[in-house]
Design a binder for this molecule. Sequence first.
Ligand code: PGA
Length: 252
Amino acid sequence: MTPGIKPLVAGNWKMNGLNSAMDELEVMRDQFKPGLSAKIDMLICLPFTMLAKAGELTSRSAVKIGAQNCHKEIKGAHTGDISIEMIADCGAEAVIVGHSERRTDHGESNAQICEKAQSVLHWGHMAVICIGESDEQRKQGATLDVLKKQMTESVPGSADNGEIVIAYEPIWAIGTGLTPTVSDVEEAHQFMRSYLIERFGEAGNAIRLLYGGSVKPSNAAELMGINNVDGALIGGASLKADDFLGICATYQ
Ligand code: PGA
């Protein structure tokens, strides 16, 4: 928690989900009651193919939806790509950029991630920028150096019209059931906060810092209670409404 910051609980469905099976999303929407939505923001980042329908399903609710990637340009000759304008057209308000799976599967660089984030922010939307060290880097004691380089190169110099959110996701904790110790998460988030204050001044205090990597209902309270952890980015446990809502309930 950071005093004065409304936490953000974000789901990342990755390459999962069909338009013919939207019931989990409907349960999340229906169970996200005003008592809880006053305390936290809820965001579900879906595959592109689900965005239009999800946009309709959540349009009159407090649930925000988002995408998991976008192109840096708004339109043009980029076969197979999707822009922030198209994402916004579906009613989505956020985009995850620089997830480690995109860095690995598609070789995305910090510079490319920065350009994508700039496009989202310029559109007035939320860019959830992911950073995090590999297992090897952690074992070498390089975690904070990795985070600094990733923030320096992939976080734009201005939030423009939008909102910058940073998700710390140790790669070795994603989908493995492993999580860092409380003191490791605290150290990383304190480091990120100090870096952001140094770079952005007082505005660095207001940037939401999420933790991601094997968050589930049973460990959420401990992880979400850490200083400078302003919410979570959740993969596997965001696919089931019960689990996702169980994590949100940590903030009741
Ligand atoms: P996980 O994924 O919760 O399944 O570990 C987190 C993420 O990749 O954002």
